[in-house]
Ligand binder design. Structure first.
Ligand code: AMP
Length: 415
């Protein structure tokens, strides 16, 4: 199937050819005609499936072909995303896909000065990619009006709800024109997401590009049981033993991120980090250095789990398991992108057994365990499986001492 056969105009198909996109992915071949036809869409699509082009290409085409120019301080379409990183990334994609089209695009998120964003909005924009909180701030300061909005995209809607944006989203929805097209993308479809979809979407086309809540298949995944305090040491050991080129490592806390980066630096391994305490320019710099291959290990909290598009990243290491099982899917989605194969390794300690069980239930798979010689845990990680069971082994009977043991052995021998 070709992009042209989906109804995309020459200008866009030429751009796609220059990006070396040969044929549409599954989500693209379903979403593009539906969005071009003006339909609402509800799509279950995880990162790495090409979902950004799935909504951005037809959106750009419609904006270029239809409707009035953006009035000053107005936006013609909104793409809401949960994090700054994802905002940057989606905006980069929108710019690339819209090359040569007479459209103004911009990105707005918090944590950076609002003034340049207000200035840019003066001329009006065709596509505004934004995080919900900052978008509301801009609206409150009359920097942006929504009466021209013809399309609303909610990208990674599940993540937006996880991050507590539900009220901001409701406030924004109340300000948007009732007559509009709405596209909702989510990697997972929990009940709250379904409720949101029910409120927002009108007769939507449902798209399910990958089975629900599954991790990308090409990824080889396994866990290494280990005691909590030995995780950093095990990480270093695995890094060396496997000779991994570049690794994205996830750690639970910001402090933990900093500690791991320090440890790596002390071993002269190039590492950088992204987490919520870092100012935005520093986060983007770390990401850019990682993408450019200047940094071998990028250590991140879940802030970074979405939106990072790093081509051919071979390995993701969960130094800590995520608290929310869905984040496992998003984290591992960083590797094995667009059909490439990858590895996702999780270092799991006894405290994390419930998280592990939740991940296995969500993804419908029992993760393979591989003990690492020399790192076998003192605190055993109970066996789990995809039906949510945590199998507690009965305690070993204490070894009898001295003569008693000999007697026992004799008894067994005679049987
Ligand atoms: P996404 O799921 O939108 O984050 O996209 C994942 C990756 O796939 C990005 O690096 C895109 O540039 C790439 N991609 C998206 N669509 C295609 C396509 N049709 N052919 C080749 N690569 C693509």
């Amino acid at each position: 199937m070709s992009f042209a056969s989906l109804g995309l105009i020459d200008q866009i198909t030429r751009t796609l050819a220059s990006l070396q996109y040969v044929s549409p992915t599954a989500v693209q071949s379903q979403a593009i005609p539906a969005v071009l036809a003006g339909r609402d869409v509800m799509a279950a699509a995880q990162t790495g499936t090409g979902k950004t082009a799935g909504f951005a290409l037809p959106l750009l085409q419609r904006l270029a072909m239809e409707g009035a120019q953006a009035a000053s301080n107005s936006a013609r379409s909104l793409i809401l995303v949960p994090t700054r990183e994802l905002a940057e990334q989606v905006h980069e994609s929108v710019k690339a896909y819209g090359a040569g089209l007479p459209l103004r695009t911009m990105v707005a998120y918090g944590g950076v000065s609002i003034n340049p964003q207000m200035m840019r909005l003066r001329k009006g924009v065709d596509v505004l990619v934004a995080t919900p909180g900052r978008l509301l701030d801009l609206q409150r300061q009359n920097a942006v009006r929504f009466n021209q909005v013809q399309t609303l995209v909610l990208d990674e809607a599940d993540r937006m709800l996880d991050l507590g944006f539900s009220r901001d989203i409701d406030k924004l929805l109340a300000l948007l024109p009732k007559q509009r097209q709405t596209l909702l993308f989510s990697a997972t479809f929990s009940d709250p997401i379904r409720a949101l979809a029910g409120k927002l979407l009108h007769d939507p086309v449902s798209i399910e590009a990958t089975p629900r809540n599954t991790t990308v298949r090409a990824i080889r995944q396994w866990i290494v049981p280990v005691d909590k305090k030995r995780k950093p040491e095990l990480f270093l050991h695995l890094l060396k033993r496997h000779g991994w080129g570049q690794v994205l490592a996830f750690v639970k806390t910001r402090k933990g991120v900093d500690q791991l980066v320090e440890l790596l630096a002390s071993k002269r391994i190039d590492a950088d980090s992204i987490h919520g305490d870092k100012p935005q320019p520093a986060r983007l710099r770390a990401l850019a250095r990682f993408k450019a291959g200047e940094v071998k290990v990028l250590v991140a909290t879940d802030v970074a789990a979405r939106g990072l598009d790093i081509e051919e990243l071979p390995v993701v290491v969960n130094v800590d398991l995520p608290i929310v099982a869905e984040d496992y899917v998003h984290r591992t989605g960083r590797t094995g992108r667009a059909g490439a194969s990858g590895e996702a390794v999780s270092l799991v300690c006894a405290d994390e057994v419930q998280q592990l069980a939740a991940i296995e239930v969500l993804t419908g798979q029992t993760l393979q365990r591989k003990d690492e010689p020399g790192f076998e845990p003192e605190h055993r990680v109970p066996q789990t499986n995809a039906s949510g069971q945590v199998v507690k082994k009965p305690k070993k009977p204490k070894k009898p001492k001295g003569e008693a043991r000999v007697v026992q052995e004799d008894v067994r021998f005679r049987k």
